[in-house]
Design a protein around this ligand. Structure first.
Ligand SMILES: [Zn+2]
Length: 252
């Protein structure tokens, strides 16, 4: 199993990071730790190099960190062997600054940063890990002309968003949010060939799991997808791992 979206570099794991990573590896759970800015991109690369096989990194600037600015050359220099994706990159319009002008410039800044990361993914031939919240139209406009690959992590769009992004070839990242939001129809309508499993840990723990989520909860997500898809857990785990390796093809 591979958790396609983890943040084990976050401070919630400061006390026992090694322990958690080693426990995951012992249970045959690999992971992609996803950077959210330059600093954390360095951290996830450090982790990938430290632990060897099974631990990978994605580098990028989260839309909520857009004000930090995206230095294209600096990120490009981080394209090491174990960097398998660009992200999280995307758009997040959930927070709305007060005043029309501020709201517009907030969106414009995010779009500008996203476009740069899309260009970097294109140049490095890497898939995108996309964070998109209430911004599917703008994200689609930016991606529709491009022949890129990627995943919409923690997908929360509606069925027409789903259809549009599936048509572009994108994967759909499924995590513990399925226990909070009704995404049953979304999962039913997503072909199994396009589903990736993720945890977004330390956030979004499935019910009954520790308050601090970890990649060890991945099979709970798999079980829920199996239930909705009327498949066995083994089928779901096998297929989603195949999908993961197909998308993140730099994985050794
Ligand atoms: Zn994340």
């Amino acid at each position: 199993m591979i958790d396609t979206h983890a943040h084990l570099n976050f401070s919630q794991f400061d006390k026992d990071r090694d322990e958690v990573v080693l426990k995951c590896l012992k249970e045959n759970i690999g992971m992609i730790n996803v950077g959210t800015n330059y600093e954390s991109s360095l951290e996830v690369i450090g982790m990938a190099n430290k632990y060897g096989k099974g631990i990978y990194a994605s580098i990028g600037l989260h839309p909520l960190d857009a004000e930090q600015g995206f230095d294209y050359g600096k990120y490009k220099d981080l394209n090491y062997d174990k960097v398998v994706a660009i992200g999280e990159a995307g758009l997040d319009y959930w927070y709305k600054p007060k005043g029309k002008a501020k709201r517009e410039s907030y969106k414009e800044k995010q779009k500008e940063i996203f476009v740069k990361q899309v260009a970097l993914a294109e140049e490095l031939n890497l898939p995108l890990i996309i964070h998109c919240r209430v911004a599917f139209d703008d994200a689609y406009d930016i991606l529709k002309q491009k022949k890129l690959r990627g995943v919409l992590h923690c997908f929360t769009g509606n069925l027409s968003d789903l259809e549009r992004f599936l048509a572009l070839g994108y994967f759909i990242g499924v995590n513990g949010i399925i226990f909070k939001m009704d995404l049953k129809e979304v999962i039913e309508k997503t072909p199994l060939e396009r589903i990736l499993l993720e945890t977004d840990c330390p956030f979004l723990p499935p019910p009954g799991f520790d308050e601090r989520n970890s990649p060890l909860s991945l099979k709970y997500i798999g079980e829920e997808v199996a239930r909705i898809k009327d498949a066995t857990l083994e089928e779901i785990l096998e297929k989603t791992e195949e999908n993961t390796r197909a998308l993140f093809d730099k994985m050794a």
